[in-house]
Design a protein around this ligand. Structure first.
Ligand code: HAM
Length: 430
């Protein structure tokens, strides 16, 4: 009986594993150079932790289980609740601001589609304990720092920035009560993912007064902050939030990434806990789902039983990113070749022990080395050396009786005889 892999999961054969490692190595490098420290948590948590504040969409997508003691658990669909729990646990001893990153494996029972799977990796960067929008700008800078490093230009991607505070101020100014906002955010977040008429229909279900729903539609599509000032009028809360957005753009300009960034009031974010600046990175063509998303969540630590400490961060999955990098031919160009430093071959079976011995001597000095289990024809072994992308091949033959090795450069094809002692002494020096 053949058992297929579960839908929405991936098998990482060595080729796919090389891509995954390259993406994750890049995330880690960029995190470290931007001053973030790595952390991790458990893959499963109490179910109620994710039900508390992530929002209905995530709750519907939970993979949940019950342990033998009857406790309800869930595989983590996102990292932010775990982060909030961990920081709260040590709140008095952690130096602030906490600037942490993580690359968790996450699980969401989504309908698998292009760029969305049921198991994926997500780079998280978060800053906890800083309320200045300079921290929001730094999260955005770090995100762009990575995307720019892998070769994506401002003609390929845009960071679309807005603010939950701004949207909330605007909606409250229209007379929409606080308790209606949560459901409205979820719908507004879908505005670019749904056909226009379907979206309008759903909006009218929530906001039946046409004059108000028209204003919301206009708000979602206005692009400049000048037009926004007209639309929000003398709304104090929305004006303060707009000042904050402008401040973020000032910082981003100073950081040298403003060409990547645009103001887009249509960015709402699906998760329930955002309170301030929010952003998403999208491909310019607009064909793919968001590459990443994040924002400020100043109430989450308090909601999780901790003190009121501000926080901001972002999450980037590996799926859409990989699709985009392939589309732009950026992956093939940059993926490091898996190279073996030495392949050790022998001319016949009588040199087998020497072959194994030399290979192990190389490995114990830290070199990637391999040999063939079968000491058949030398040409076959050389083919294996070339298939495994070895830089050099050491051929053990008659010369070995005089303590000499034949070293073949697999790139130039040149061959030379070297005394074994000298060869190993040379290795130690390099
Ligand atoms: P999110 O918008 O749910 O935010 O996810 C962020 C990113 O994770 C998405 O833009 C996408 O790249 C990736 N992602 C989400 N779901 C899937 C999926 N099913 N398959 C593949 N990739 C996916 C959060 O998770 C927030 N916790 C991010 C955050 C951190 N906010 C503040 N700090």
């Amino acid at each position: 009986m053949k058992i297929p892999p579960v839908k929405g999961t991936r098998d990482f054969y060595p080729q796919e594993m090389a891509v995954r490692n390259w993406i994750i190595d890049g995330w880690k490098k960029v995190s470290l150079r931007n001053g973030f420290e790595e952390y991790d948590g458990p893959i499963f948590e109490y179910l109620k932790m994710f039900q508390l504040k992530s929002g209905d969409e995530i709750v519907e997508q939970l993979f949940s289980l019950t342990d033998r003691g009857g406790r309800d658990l869930a595989l983590r669909p996102e990292m932010t609740p775990t982060l909030a729990r961990m920081v709260n646990q040590r709140i008095n001893s952690l130096p602030r601001p906490v600037k942490w990153f993580s690359v968790p494996r996450l699980f969401r029972a989504e309908r698998p589609q292009k760029g969305r799977l049921r198991e994926f990796f997500q780079w998280n960067i978060d800053i906890i304990g800083e309320d200045s929008v300079l921290a929001d700008a730094e999260v955005i800078f770090t995100t762009v720092d990575y995307l720019r490093q892998v070769g994506l230009t401002d003609r390929d991607i845009k960071v679309k920035i807005s603010s939950r505070k701004f949207l909330a101020g605007f909606l409250k100014g229209l007379g929409i009560p606080e308790q209606k906002l949560g459901a409205l955010y979820v719908l507004l977040d879908k505005s670019s993912k749904l056909p226009a008429d379907a979206f309008e229909e759903l909006l009218i279900e929530q906001i039946p007064e046409k004059s108000i729903s028209d204003k919301i539609l206009k708000f979602m599509t206005e692009q400049s902050s000048e037009q926004m000032i007209d639309l929000i009028g003398p709304n104090e809360c929305a004006r303060t939030a707009l000042d904050e957005i402008n401040q973020v753009f000032e910082y981003l300009k100073n950081m040298g990434v403003s060409d990547y960034c645009i103001f887009d009031p249509g960015i709402v974010r699906g998760l329930a806990y955002y309170t301030g600046i929010v952003f998403e990175v999208h491909d310019v063509v607009g064909e793919l789902r968001a590459i990443c998303g994040g924002g400020r969540y100043d109430n989450l630590l308090k909601d999780f039983g901790g003190p009121a400490i501000p926080a901001t961060g972002m999450g980037m999955g590996d799926c859409v990113l990989e699709i985009l990098l392939r589309e732009k031919w950026l992956l093939e160009k940059q993926l490091p070749e898996a190279r073996l430093e030495y392949f050790v071959a022998c001319v016949d079976e009588s040199f087998k022990d020497a072959t194994v011995g030399i290979t192990m001597a190389l490995r114990s000095r830290g070199f990637a080395a391999n040999f063939s289990y079968k000491s058949g024809k030398l040409s076959k072994q050389l083919k294996q050396a070339s298939d495994s992308n070895a830089k050099k091949c050491i051929i053990i033959g008659e010369e070995f009786k005089d303590k000499k090795l034949v070293i073949k450069d697999m790139v130039t094809g040149r061959q030379e005889e070297v005394e074994e002692d000298k060869f190993f002494a040379g290795l130690e020096k390099s």
